[in-house]
Design a protein. Structure first.
Length: 165
């Protein structure tokens, strides 16, 4: 999670995204689905298009039940408000497969989250997880993987420091 100071509203969007990836990393479909609005859309890494909080939750529960899933490492690129109660977050993410300690470059993604504030709570309206294939530009995949690995190491150091190690 980015520890740099941000405005209160921007911090809430970043926390929402952090909670989304944390719920994935914990393999909690219920926690993930709860972050979405009732009429949300989610487009998965494989192109699955899900509509509504309930469908998103059921789809994620099926994934977690039938497949071992990796953990996300991410970097938020920016948060932009397109209206006072609508924000767009852009990020990149890497996936560490189960039982491994490094990301797989072919599983890196560009992620976009659109959030809407409703009754003083930010909810995810749209989440898209697009493979960062960079067709014909393998150096871009390597560059992104290197950047995510640096973030992974820095996060690990920050966690150890916070624990007093």
């Amino acid at each position: 999670m980015d520890l740099h100071p941000h405005t209160g509203e921007e911090s809430q969007i970043r926390i929402l995204y952090h909670n989304l990836l944390s719920a994935w990393n914990k393999r909690s479909a219920a926690d993930m689905a709860h972050l979405f609005s009732e009429d949300a859309n989610m487009i998965g890494f494989d192109g699955s298009h899900l509509m509504g909080q309930e469908e998103i939750g059921k789809h994620l529960a099926t994934i977690f039940f039938h497949h071992p899933t990796g953990s996300f490492v991410n970097i938020v690129r920016n948060v932009r408000f397109i209206a006072p109660e609508v924000a767009v977050l852009n990020a990149v993410a890497g996936m560490i497969p189960p039982g491994k300690t490094d990301i797989l470059p072919e599983l890196t993604a560009i992620q976009t989250l659109v959030s809407v504030k409703d009754d003083d709570h930010w909810r995810i309206s749209i989440f898209q997880n697009t493979p960062a294939a960079f067709h014909g530009r393998p150096e871009e995949i390597d560059k992104l993987a290197l950047e995510l690995r640096r973030e992974m190491r820095e996060s690990f150091r920050s966690e150890k420091s916070a624990q007093g190690f």
